[in-house]
Design a protein around this ligand. Structure first.
Ligand code: ATP
Length: 313
């Protein structure tokens, strides 16, 4: 019996090739589960299919093969139980910050009166530090402020699953840090299930319970699920002092720099439903970088991943 909150089963995305060219398989045999209330980040090189997976979970795209199930029901199109935050804010430009949030809240709770919708919307805008600018339109806000409105709107509607596609990608490091803290604050309070794309290893370690690692495309796979066992609440300045921090960080960087390009999909598929392999880099076995071989957590013997010369990084 399946107790996963969200389950993606054997997903693939293919595009027909141009005249005479073979079809493009962006990713294949992608399977994973999300537990209720967990924060999962997904990392992988550009083009491996992260946004396609996220957009499919949002109901805005479709896999070529495979299935997605949330609380036992197949995901088939967009729904209010899933909220999305994109990198480019996607606010309605003719509405103020408050009206943008109210718009989402009103759609979610149609029986609420105006005062309740406003009060609830203001509560979330305050949590992201925008109390004093709620009447400004998006054009009158900085990029960081706009992204805060998007985050307030997404969390205020309390979707069961929040999908964040590189929400801080366009922000400077300082603003990014501040909004990460706000995101942690809201998530700690509401404990919604979050699935987030990021290219930033430190951001993923700060936020996630688990980090999914994708191999390079084409024919990418979600190869590993790395457990982040740093205690919460986490603070940027503090977690770097934790003895596990650099073990985790080095493991992730080694994957992205070396192993993501070397893993052979055929090898991963041989192990079928065991993937993504659960890894805890803080444990002894995982700390040694596994460049040409890695340890199979399922049967306790070494399995080598043959470098594939044709794969690009
Ligand atoms: N219509 C299409 N025809 C052919 N290939 C496509 C089409 N749409 C998308 N792709 C390819 O699908 C792949 C996956 O794209 P996707 O945006 O999901 O990757 P990503 O991992 O999110 O990348 P990034 O990190 O750069 O955002 C890319 O290589 C892209 O070129």
């Amino acid at each position: 019996m399946n107790h996963a909150f969200v389950e993606v089963q054997q997903a693939a995305k293919r595009f027909p090739g141009a005249k005479g060219e073979p079809d493009l398989t962006v990713f294949e045999n992608v399977s994973f589960q999300l537990k209720k209330g967990e924060f999962v980040c997904i990392i992988g090189h550009s083009g491996c299919g992260k946004s396609t997976i996220m957009n499919s979970l949002a109901g805005l795209d479709r896999f070529s093969d495979g299935a997605m199930v949330m609380e036992g029901k197949e995901i088939d199109g967009p729904g209010l139980e899933r909220g999305v935050v994109f990198q480019n804010y996607s606010l309605l430009p003719w509405l103020s910050a408050l009206e943008n949030v109210r718009f989402g809240v009103r759609a979610r709770w149609k029986d609420w009166d105006q005062a309740r919708v406003t009060e609830h919307s203001l509560e979330y805008l305050e949590m992201v530090g925008l109390k004093d600018v709620v009447d400004r339109k998006p054009a009158q806000l900085s990029g960081g402020m706009r992204q805060r409105v998007s985050i307030a709107r997404a969390f205020a509607t309390k979707p069961k699953l929040l999908l964040l596609d590189e929400p801080f990608g366009a922000l400077d490091a300082l603003t990014r840090g501040v909004i990460q803290d706000e995101l942690i604050k809201i998530w700690t309070r509401d404990r919604q299930t979050v699935f987030m794309i990021t290219h930033d290893v430190d951001e993923a370690i700060l936020l996630a319970d688990r980090i999914f690692l994708m191999t390079n495309g084409p024919e990418a796979r979600v190869a590993e699920a790395v457990e982040i066992d740093l205690p919460r609440p986490r603070h940027r300045a503090e977690i770097v002092k934790h003895p596990h921090f650099y073990k985790i960080r080095n493991y992730l960087v080694d994957f992205l720099v070396t192993r993501s390009a070397e893993m052979d999909p055929a090898d991963l598929d041989r192990k079928g439903l065991h993937y993504p392999r659960a890894v805890n880099p803080a444990s002894e076995d995982a700390t040694a970088p596994a460049t040409a071989s890695t340890k199979d957590a399922t049967d306790d013997k070494l399995v080598s991943f043959t470098p594939k010369e044709t794969r690009h990084g």
